[in-house]
Structures are given as structure tokens and as C-alpha cells.
Design a protein around this ligand. Sequence first.
Ligand SMILES: [Zn+2]
Length: 254
Amino acid sequence: MRRWPDTARSFTQYCKGEYTMGNFCTCCKKSIGMFSGENRILDDSQHVFCDRCFSAFGNWVRMLKNRDARVEIDEAYEQFSEEIAKIKIPADVRPIIIEETEKLYKLRLSICDAKRQNQSEEQRQEEEEQLSELAKRREKERRLRAMMLTTGFGFEGYRIVKYLGVFSGGVVQGTGFLSELSADINDIFGSESNTFSKKINMCREGAMEKLKMQALNVNANAIIGIDFETNSFRNNMIGIMVTGTAVIVEKIAD
Ligand SMILES: [Zn+2]
């Protein structure tokens, strides 16, 4: 009895006894045709991914391959490690992706280290600067995550010490689009399609992110009176607007 292939190469080897054209995606097992690219994590890997499947994690792979600075390589790998757990991928494929990406990461690091040996003082300084840029960005992300949010007008145990103004963030989105990450993967692997509500949630999150960024830019640490407004337009477009007042709050000492 013929078994569906685990990998592209094993299938063609099975059929023809050799490796020829007509690869199969490791992830969705679909044939990779002329019009969909072949993607590999490691250049010499036997595992091939179609464009659709690769789009779920390919960004980090591309970053690992293309960035030269150690901080960027570390960051790409860190993001990959965090996000890969959340992405829907068949259970048997996940370890392959993780293993190959880890190999790629180590390979890139060793290339980096070799380069560093021959680096000039100037280049080293440049990398230091990149590091401090990264630290700044991380700090910004930390403050974004820590930002306190409420639909009410205050927080228990805190007092508002400064009002910084009313801000809003909006997102307009077609409801027919296929999001590269979640929706796409769901469609491929046939998990239940609550795609529409997901899209609305993505819009809400997008609008909220924009509002939070604005609050952060005026050094707020909280947003009060948050209010969402949803509009639908023709052509299956939905728009979500979120408004709130950026404030600085301070814990009331007991
Ligand atoms: Zn695929």
C-alpha cells in the first residue's frame, strides 16, 4: 500500500527511485508546481515548503539568512521561538521546522563569530549602537505591554496625575482577505474556520495598537475611557476606530 510521503524527496524516491521535479510540500503535502516557489530552511535540506506554508514562518528564516549583525540574528531567532509555538502547523512538521531553524541559527552565528574576528574597531562600535537601538526598542515594547487600559475613567488604587489628550486609532479591513498567518494556515489544515471573527479581532487589536503607540509617544502609562466604534462599508469592508484619553497614573501610597 502506498503511504503519503513524509517528505518530498522520499515520495519521489519512492515513485521513481530518483529525485526529480515534482516536489511535495513537507507541511501540506501538496505538490509544488511551477508557479509556487520551493522554500527551504537549510539550503541543502530535503524538506521543501510551498509558498503558502512557508509564509507562516518564512519571515524569520529569511531574516536569519539575510541579516549579518549578531543582534539581529538573535532577535530573529528569539521571535521565531516565541511565535512558532502559536502558529498552527501539523504536529509532525513542527519539530522539523524547529530543528532546521535552530541549525540555521547556529550556522549563522558561527559565520558571525568568524567575521567578528576580523572586524575593525569601527564595525564593533556600529554593532554596539545596534545593540543600544535594540534595547531602546525592547524598552518601548515593555512599556506598551505594561500600559494600563480601561473603558472606565480611573484605576482602583491609582490617581491620575496628568491628562495628555484624546487619541484614536483606526483600521479598515476588507473581510475577504486572507491573512498571511492565521487564516491561511487554518484554510490549509482545515481547522474550524472562525475566520471572520478573527478578522474583527485582528482589526480591534490593530486599532488598539495604534492608540497605544500614540499614548506612548506622549509618555502616557495608561489610557482611560476606551471606546470602540465599528463601521461597515460597501465592498465587505469593516472599519474599527478606538478612542481613549492618554493619562499618566501614579499608585496611591497606602
Ligand atoms: Zn504547503
